[in-house]
Design a protein around this ligand. Structure first.
Ligand code: 5LI
Ligand code: NI
Length: 183
């Protein structure tokens, strides 16, 4: 099982590289890895398991965060309307997005960053994502709000972008124009 010792921390170059496309169909090993990433998220959100294995909670995970520079992400969370998102995805791609931006008023955190980095992280309010899921189906997801934010945080990891790269250096709490808080 994946535990915190498997999570790569900032300073490791794998976090700032552009991850490689997964050649489809994925190998058994790539499918197992993605399944383990999804299981890690579920474990990290389970009070008992998280306490037992000292897991920090996460709603998403990207393969570079476990040292694998491949375009694979897992997400497991409920959005503010209580809709559940639980996916292991290969080669996720933002195929369209809104001009309007959004951000979480509490900022963002990252398992690969062992420190608080305060500030708003502006992201597209709406995104359409295309990807291949664990069963090999092509999925097209129209996301907005919190779900859009989480998927963008993960896809950023595949492009070597950390959430704090998007925080305004002059004024971390500057609200970008045409941006509304997500929460
Ligand atoms: O890349 C994934 N992680 O680092 C897992 C830990 N961070 C979170 O769960 C998290 C927390 C707040 C906002 C967002 Cl958008 C995310 Cl994703
Ligand atoms: Ni992260």
């Amino acid at each position: 099982m994946i535990t915190m010792k498997d999570i790569v921390r900032e300073g490791n170059p794998v976090l700032t590289q552009v991850a490689k496309e997964v050649e489809l169909p994925p190998t058994e090993e790539e499918k197992n890895t993605l399944e383990e990433m999804l299981q890690f998220l579920k474990n990290s959100q389970d009070e008992e398991i998280a306490t037992k294995y000292d897991l920090r909670a996460g709603v998403g995970l990207a393969a570079p965060q476990i040292g694998i520079s491949k375009r694979m992400i897992a997400v497991h969370f409920r959005d503010f309307d209580d809709k559940e998102y639980s996916y292991g995805l290969f080669n996720p791609k933002i195929i369209s997005h809104s001009v309007a931006e959004t951000y979480l008023s509490g900022g963002e955190g990252c398992l690969s960053v062992d420190r608080e980095v305060p500030g708003y992280v502006p992201r597209y309010q709406k995104v359409t994502i295309k990807a291949t899921d664990l069963e090999g189906n092509e999925v097209k997801l129209k996301l907005r709000g919190y779900a859009a934010i989480v998927f963008q945080h993960e896809i950023d990891h595949l492009n070597g972008v950390m959430f704090y790269d998007r925080i305004n250096r002059q004024d971390p709490f500057a609200v970008p124009e045409n941006a509304k808080p997500c929460d």
